[in-house]
Structure formats: C-alpha cells, structure tokens
Design a protein around this ligand. Sequence first.
Ligand code: GLP
Length: 244
Amino acid sequence: VIFSSAKEGSVKVAKEIRDLILDKQSKGEMCVLGLATGSSPIKVYEELIRIHKEESVSFQNVITFNLDEYYPMEPENIHSYHYFMHEHLFNHIDILPKNINIPKGNITVDELHDYCISYEDQIDAVGGLDFQLLGIGRTGHIGFNEPGSHVNSETRSILLDHITRVDAANSFLGIDNVPKKAITMGIGTVKKAKRIVLLGWGDKKASIIKETIEGAISSEVPASYLQLHSNTTFVLDKEAASEL
Ligand code: GLP
C-alpha cells in the first residue's frame, strides 16, 4: 500500500494495531505485538501514544516482544533498543512492565544460547505473535537477520553486516562504537506471526524495497522471505515505492 507520506501510512498502521488491541480486549484476550526499532516505526509509536491519551485506549492487555538488541549492550545505554523503546513508546502508555520483552544485550556469552531458546519459548507460550511490525535495513535485513539468514532461523546472536554498522555509525558517533553483534528474532520467528506489516519510508529504501517485493526469494535479501507469508503488507511512501 502506497501512501503520500510516512505520517499518513503510520496513522493507518497505528489504527490497525488499535483495532486489534480493542478486538482482543472485547474477547478478554491478550494481544501479542512484535515491535521494531529504528526511525521507521517512530511515527506509528507517536500515533499509538496519541490513541492512548486521546482515545483512552489501554495497553494493559498487550504483551510485546521486540525483534532485536545490540550485543553486548546494557539496557540503560542510550544506544540500546531497550532505551529506545521506553523513550519512544513504553514510558508513555499503560503497558505493564512484566509484559514487555526485549532481548537482553547484557547476558554473558555462555548464557546466550539458552537465552535465545527461552525468548523463542516465551513467544510460543503466549500463543505466538498476533502482529509483527517491521522496518527494513539497506541490506534487506528484518530485525537483524542479515544476508545469509535461513528462512527458518530462530532467535540467535548474529554478526552485523558492514553496511548496517555504517548506517548506525551516526547515532553511535562513529562506526568504531557500533557493536559488531546483535541478538535477533529469526526469519522463522517473524514468519510465524499471524499478521506482518513492513514500513518503508524514503528514497534510500527504494532499491531494497524493489528487490524485496519483486526480486527472487533468497537469503541474500532476507526480507524477500516475506513473499512466502500470506498476510504481509508493505506500507510505503511514494519515495520508497518509486522503483516498483
Ligand atoms: C536496524 C533495526 C531494524 C530496522 C533497521 C532500519 O538495523 N535492527 O529493525 O528495520 O535498523 O532502520 P530505519 O528504520 O532507521 O531505517
């Protein structure tokens, strides 16, 4: 779906999330959201905060699982995705802290393997993701599933692509400060979500959006695996859709 601006597209996506939360509330069920970081979802989060404040929509029946976190990374570090999510969403809504799940970037190397399995188990234990929000990196990554990621990959640690680290360098004040690794949900984890929405804004995303949607399904462009998912929508602005 192509919108004339990121704002318009974000409002539409936030409304879909609101309707899902309200539908689950009316049935007395929890709503399980998979959330993303980066600049792409910021306007969706702004709109969700507005919906919470102005429409009095509660998030107390919402459970969230974030896609990824840098590794190693302390949660209180301003570069952490933990910090990002609290700053841009969680501090402004009434979600219960116990229902917030973000991969822990401060566990030891020895704990990593079991921790990743337990993250996956926690998602399964609440019935899986009802809705997964995604951005896309210039390498075609979703979460931090870099080129080479397997279609059935699960939550794991991963080495970041050089392009991804270059893109993150500005906010880290130089590439040397960007972690080399991350923990990410896998492509398989994402693909199990009942509904997926990928946001793409701006002309910098145009070429990877074209490859993702019109190119071959390949581990070289991990987001292309979304072609195999039956309930995915790409929400784009005109610039990101300009090469389609
Ligand atoms: C990071 C995140 C991704 C995100 C990507 C794009 O790599 N791990 O989840 O999609 O950045 O970021 P942006 O939305 O700022 O373009």
